[in-house]
Design a protein around this ligand. Structure first.
Ligand SMILES: Nc1ncnc2c1ncn2[C@@H]1O[C@H](COP(=O)(O)OP(=O)(O)O)[C@@H](O)[C@H]1O
Ligand SMILES: N[C@@H](CCC(=O)OP(=O)(O)O)C(=O)O
Length: 365
């Protein structure tokens, strides 16, 4: 059975002047009901609370200050849910509200509870409708846009696909609103610097992340073994077509398998306490050889971390290679960086010779 996470952005549900477009909510509910009727389990990540609520409060444009956005979201989230429940109800489908924060993902018990709730809702054929819990999110820790949230949810529930619905028919080589020469990209197998450089900010005054955050989200999903689609759902059956592989947008393929909860935590929710820089050989061993990181490949150490902390690994060009749980303190690595295993063992005593063991490692390049 397919399990699909669908993300709908503010610009698809509301207008620049704010307020929820109920016709659009009904349209998406129809599309999702058709997809559910094919036997797919569907989870919905929806934005639109701030955009739906700000006019009700009396703000003339989308607020910029955090507490104003939070107030607008508190009003708008209720309107959003009422509209979805009514729309899904007309298809005989239940809908449930789940509000999450970034901090929830980093605490194992909280996210396990969310996961169990979602599983039970799906078992009962109720559509989980997920948004960021804007009331309690602090600025530095906000997902901000829901693209990232949708990718993290897709990884969490080990979805078979992530569909990010937006107001353009996919990723272009540059922002199509400002660059008429921009070409649409049908399929992406690897997100490189060129693709990221062309993906710009939001084109509307209600959307937040723009194409850049969608590409970043696709990267998180791909890393978690979930293929993604970014594109338009405007006409009836567009969503079905997107799920079937011939939608109006860009597909992001992945060959990777789904990630264990431990590796998801390590890669996307842990807080790195420092970093080491490694040479080309060590980078290759970590990325392609499925090997552990040994002291001999370490060129530099930054920060003051302890054994058991999570650290980042960078290459000689300064790019992030991945993250892992370190078996040495920062000062121990400084003492043995560049030494081979025999020399290390003569110099210090550590329970494990690997700086980072492959079981405690995730590649992020
Ligand atoms: N390379 C690109 N390809 C396509 N769209 C792009 C690109 N760069 C920037 N954009 C802009 O990103 C917008 C979609 O993001 P956003 O406004 O945040 O929508 P949403 O509310 O659906 O999240 C598009 O309307 C487009 O103007
Ligand atoms: N949690 C916020 C999401 C913010 C937002 O606008 O996101 P998006 O439209 O996905 O770029 C809301 O519901 O308004």
């Amino acid at each position: 059975m397919q399990r699909i996470v669908i993300k709908i952005g503010s610009s698809s549900l509301t207008s620049d002047e704010g307020g929820l477009n109920r016709n659009k909510v009904h349209f998406f509910a129809n599309e999702i009901a058709s997809l559910a009727a094919t036997g797919s389990q569907v989870l919905l990540v929806t934005s639109g609370a701030v955009a739906a609520g700000f006019r009700e409060i009396g703000y003339t444009t989308r607020p910029k200050l955090l507490h104003e956005k939070q107030a607008a979201a508190a009003v708008g989230q209720a309107l959003l849910m009422r509209s979805y429940q009514e729309a899904f109800g007309s298809h005989g489908l239940g809908a449930a509200q789940i509000l999450l924060t970034r901090a929830d993902f980093s605490q194992r018990q909280r996210i396990q509870n969310a996961q169990m709730t979602i599983e039970e809702l799906l078992k009962q054929q109720i559509i989980p409708i997920i948004n960021e819990n804007d009331t309690v999110s602090v600025d530095e820790l906000k997902f901000g846009d829901n693209d990232t949230l949708s990718a993290l949810v897709a990884n969490l529930v080990k979805a078979s696909g992530l569909i990010i619905i937006t107001d353009t028919d996919g990723l272009y080589t540059a922002d199509p609103r400002s660059n008429p020469e921009a070409k649409r990209i049908e399929r992406v197998t690897q997100i490189d610097d060129e693709i990221l450089a062309g993906a710009g900010g939001s084109g509307s005054s209600v959307g937040t992340g723009g194409m850049r955050s969608k590409v970043e989200a696709a990267r998180i999903a791909m890393r978690g073994g979930v293929p993604a689609f970014v594109g338009r759902v405007l006409e009836p059956d567009d969503l079905l077509h997107a799920a079937q592989g011939h939608g109006r947008g860009t597909y992001f393929d992945t060959q990777l398998h789904s990630l264990s909860t431990k590796k998801q935590w390590l890669g996307f929710h842990s807080t790195p306490r420092g970093k080491v820089v490694v040479d080309d050989g060590a980078e290759h061993a970590l990325l392609s050889g499925g090997k552990s990181l040994l002291p001999v490949g370490v060129k530099d150490v930054e920060g003051d971390f302890h054994a058991g902390d999570v650290i980042e690994v960078h290459n000689l060009s300064g790019q992030l290679v991945g993250r892992g749980v370190v078996n040495y303190s920062a000062s121990q690595i400084r003492d043995v960086a560049g030494l081979n295993t025999d020399e290390v063992q003569k110099q210090i005593e550590v329970p494990r010779i690997e700086v980072i063991h492959r079981d405690e490692w995730i590649s992020l390049k």
